[in-house]
Design a protein around this ligand. Sequence first.
Ligand SMILES: [Zn+2]
Ligand SMILES: [Zn+2]
Length: 272
Amino acid sequence: MLPGIHASVNGGLVNALSTLHELGLVSGQIFTSNQQQWKGRPVTQEEEKEFRKDGSLTIISHASYLINLSSTRNRVPWLSAKALGEELIRMHSLGIRWLVMHPGAHLNAGEDQAIEKIAAGVRKTLAGAPFDTAILYENTAGQGTTLGYSFEQLDKLLALTDMPDRTGICFDTCHAFAAGYDLSSHEAVSRTMLEFDEVVGLEKIKVFHINDSKRELGCRVDRHARIGEGFIGLEPLQFLASMEVFNYIPGITETPGSDSDRAKDVFAVMKR
Ligand SMILES: [Zn+2]
Ligand SMILES: [Zn+2]
């Protein structure tokens, strides 16, 4: 895997680029706009220039946590589609291809119906967005009514969106573990990845989130732990990161602490 971290954008997006270089990383994930606000901010010319001239880093964007295309609340699906479209335009300006998105929550309206709504919304948004942008559905812990906690749901989202060149999966190790997919030993990692391959296909994974879990297997609670301080452990994550099929896939830590803590975590997993 290509070592990366979720990088803070305090002091501006361009700061994240220098942080990643200083820490010796080759990939990174950022929020291009405040993740807790509907109102997005446009990219500045300076940011566009700095990001576009930096060819050595693979940068991934993470979508706002507010986005829920399947919401039953009045204006939320509309606001979500709008925010998603604006995000893809910002990414195009910055030369970022992949957007990681949590699929959404059905709020008790039923899972199947919500999955159809999400896929239809993503398909429509991508069709109207810059051609060089793409969306990754992230697997979730299954907290509350959130969707995307099972491999079957991820496969269904991809199939219904039906845009194979512009969609894929971001695989979060903490979320998978919390959703009941064991990753806490070599055998467990092999078994879980084999199951993912059979249901979805390993080639659909374009990004990994490498996080340990503060809570136990199947707890359905999303709490990231520092690598080696949770229920998954360092060794199984090292084993996953060493799998040849993932050689060129970014592995991003979203663990608690500072950017340099997250860099320590990712280098512990990917020692070479
Ligand atoms: Zn994640
Ligand atoms: Zn998480």
